[in-house]
Write a protein that binds this ligand. Structure first.
Ligand code: AN7
Length: 403
């Protein structure tokens, strides 16, 4: 049993009401379960495959879900990078290993299932790329049409390719993500499409399972969870999941929620560092990490609470720091991620250097999307392959000249 509750004024709404903002105060809604009537047996969970649906008692879906087998992503120990920056217990949860290559699949398996449960016949989103790729795939799986709005010229190639190939109606708007989200929100309210951005409280329910999996994989709570922040939905979702487990008595410690943004798009970092009650939007967000090129994060209120209540923090990293860490993850650990994802680990490096992070901490960075999402940014950083004649002497002389 669950209901929708306004995170601002606490007004309650029935679970089957299609609503994204409180009609009293305009704030976002969250899914609230009757936790006192739920008992969780960790052993029962452990008998199920590691996946979003392992945790179905804490998810709102009651129909057979629309699934592509999402979740169950690897948790890697970052031994070399950890040693370099002086963190023996540094881990990366590779969300790029989901069906469409990003953590958004956890949200969409739940969100698109809820669309069917609520008898909606079409879905829509605005996106910096990954949300659109994921929605397009899950809508295809569900057999319903999807409309996606992208900021023109600012979405990585692999993500556009996915949205197109999975058959969504893809529209590029001459404006940034924040404007695209306003437009699609209006479209959904006026024309009845089901909105699957992170203003949708059900989508975030799926994403909270990142944290649940980390607990199961690590066998304990990490001291700190570090996430790249764009719209601030994911960090809020993971925190909400931990709060639920704490309530159920199965959490052995609340991780410090830590958010990392790109320096050119860092309104949450500014609000945390300056102690502001609310985020002041960044009117012209800019970063190579286009996934998190978001100036007005809609979940900021939830994210500020998550960071503050857990004694976490927020930090900004430059594009150079992001790309350097993308290369380090790829070349020193064998882990291929897109720039936004590298931001989380780059942020940890910075926080260690500035003494904010204690070297004894067990830290899990969520790396949110796969390397192949943004091949153009990869190619720009690498030397082109040397083209040679098709004979052995040419090969040997080429190998000699590059060694
Ligand atoms: C790789 O796809 O907002 O803070 O429209 O793709 O929950 O927004 C993507 C966000 C981090 C930030 N890493 O998560 C979209 C979109 C990657 C992302 C984020 C995104 P939120």
């Amino acid at each position: 049993m669950y209901r929708l509750v306004c995170v601002g004024c606490g007004t309650r709404y029935p679970p089957d009401e299609v609503i994204y903002n409180c009609t009293v105060c305009g704030h976002l809604l969250a899914v609230e379960y009757d936790l006192d009537s739920i008992t969780i047996e960790r052993q029962a969970w452990e008998r199920r495959p590691l996946s979003v649906w392992r945790y179905r008692e804490l998810l709102p879906v009651s129909i057979p879900p629309v699934t592509l087998q999402e979740g169950g992503t690897p948790l890697y120990h970052l031994t070399r990078i950890g040693e370099e920056i002086g963190l023996p217990n540094l881990y990366a949860k590779h969300e790029g290993m989901n069906p469409t290559g990003s953590f958004k699949d956890r949200g969409m398996t739940v969100g698109v299932s809820m669309a069917l449960q609520l008898k909606k016949t079409s879905v829509a989103c605005a996106s910096t790329g990954n949300t659109s790729a994921s929605l397009a795939a899950y809508a295809a799986r569900a057999g319903i049409p999807a409309v996606v709005l992208l900021p023109a010229g600012k979405v990585a190639l692999g993500k556009v390719a996915q949205a197109l190939m999975h058959g969504a109606r893809v529209l590029s708007i001459r404006g940034n993500f924040d404007r695209a989200l306003e437009m699609v929100h209006e479209l959904c309210l006026s024309h009845g499409l089901y909105l699957l951005n992170s203003v949708n409280p059900f989508r975030l329910e799926g994403q909270k399972t990142i944290g649940f999996e980390v607990l199961d994989q690590l066998g304990k709570s990490p001291d700190r969870m570090v996430l790249p922040v764009g719209n601030a939905g994911n960090i809020s979702a993971v925190y909400k999941g931990f709060v639920e487990l704490a309530h159920l008595g199965v959490l052995d410690g609340m991780p410090m929620m830590t958010g990392i943004q790109a320096a050119g798009s860092a309104p949450v970092v500014r609000a945390i560092q300056q102690g502001l009650a609310e985020v002041e939007p960044e009117p012209r967000p800019e970063t190579v990490a286009t996934a998190i090129r978001i100036g007005a994060p809609v979940n900021a209120e939830k994210a500020l609470a998550a960071i503050r209540k857990t004694g976490g923090c927020a930090e900004a990293v430059t594009d150079d720091e992001i790309l350097a860490m993308q290369r380090d993850l790829a070349q020193k650990e064998g882990i291929g991620v897109e720039p936004a994802s590298a931001a989380s680990v780059a942020g940890v490096k910075k926080l260690v250097e500035t003494g904010v992070i204690d070297r004894n901490e067990t830290i899990v960075c969520v790396v949110t999307g796969h390397l192949l999402k943004d091949p153009e940014t990869v190619i720009r950083q690498c030397k082109a392959p040397l083209e040679i004649d098709a004979d052995l002497p040419s090969l040997l002389s080429a190998l000699q000249s590059c060694s």
